[in-house]
Design a protein around this ligand. Structure first.
Ligand SMILES: Nc1nc2c(c(=O)[nH]1)N[C@H]1C(S)=C(S)[C@@H](COP(=O)(O)O)O[C@H]1N2
Ligand SMILES: [Mo]
Length: 253
């Protein structure tokens, strides 16, 4: 039955119609087949999350850009969410100016690699002034500079079967994005903020900025980037730590 609903039909008539035609279970399999299923879907009960993610992925171009602002619009007051990791390991890295820190990039790539801060600073850099909104209700505009994630992904050579890019942080937080988000031109590995080195509390030595999603997705204190075709074996298998605390995996705005 699912074969009678083509990708084109799914896009023109929508997932909800597909659910009507094929039943929820059928719509499910179709959404999964075409990559519209968020990793935290949790079966039929999580249909709402899947529909939000699927619908946005259909309606918004995969290449739509987050708004960029002028220097004059940069916020004077910049809030912070959370404290830098208190672990001894992080404190030691910090004390040494992150000279011993490495970013590991591995998984479904041709050349698993580790990069130092010096390596990353030599790569082509881009700056963007974007809005970061926290789910708690505050937000700010800042200038972020760094290396497009796509540059690093091209360097290590992502295999065709890869579906997700997972970020691991030094405070044990973790999260993931799909391939359109990972290769999106505004998805940045951030080394600097408002013309300065990235401040400790904003994620030094390296954070990611995913400006088309809520601040939660922009993980700080990165240590590893894993390219994979499944997130089922990480944590509870919901694509990020946040869904374990009741948030959705997809944070599109
Ligand atoms: N590693 C890590 N990254 C994180 C968080 C965190 O607790 N740990 N908090 C997230 C949340 S909820 C938000 S809103 C933003 C806040 O970024 P800021 O502290 O630079 O304002 O960072 C995100 N990245
Ligand atoms: Mo947040």
């Amino acid at each position: 039955m699912s074969e009678s609903i083509t990708r084109r039909k799914l896009i023109t008539s929508g997932l909800v119609t597909a659910a009507g035609v094929a039943g929820l279970g059928g719509a499910w399999r179709i959404a999964d087949k075409y990559g519209f299923l968020a990793p935290d879907h949790q079966g039929i009960l999580g249909m709402g999350e899947a529909l939000t993610y699927g619908a946005q992925r259909i309606l918004m171009s995969r290449h739509s850009l987050a708004r960029e602002f002028d220097r004059s619009q940069i916020s004077k007051i910049i809030p912070v969410n959370g404290e830098p990791p208190k672990t001894e390991a992080y404190q030691r890295l910090l004390a040494n100016g992150f000279a011993d820190w490495r970013l590991m990039v591995d998984g479904l790539v041709d050349h698993p690699s580790t990069f130092s801060l010096v390596d990353l600073k030599r790569f082509p850099s881009r700056s963007q002034i974007t809005h970061q909104a926290c789910e708690e209700g505050w937000s700010f505009i800042a200038e972020w500079s760094g290396v497009p994630l796509s540059y690093v992904l091209h360097l290590v050579g992502v295999r065709p079967e890869a579906k997700w890019v997972v970020f691991f942080a030094l405070d044990d937080d973790w999260d993931s994005v799909d391939m359109p988000e990972a290769f999106h031109p505004q998805t940045l590995l951030v080394l600097g903020m408002n013309g300065q080195e990235l401040p400790t509390r904003h994620g030094a030595p390296l954070r990611v900025r995913v400006p088309r999603q809520l601040g939660q997705k922009s993980k700080k204190y990165l240590s590893r980037i894993l390219v994979t075709d499944t997130v089922k074996n990480i944590g509870k298998g919901w694509g990020a730590a946040d869904p374990e605390f009741g948030y959705s995996w997809y944070m599109g705005i």
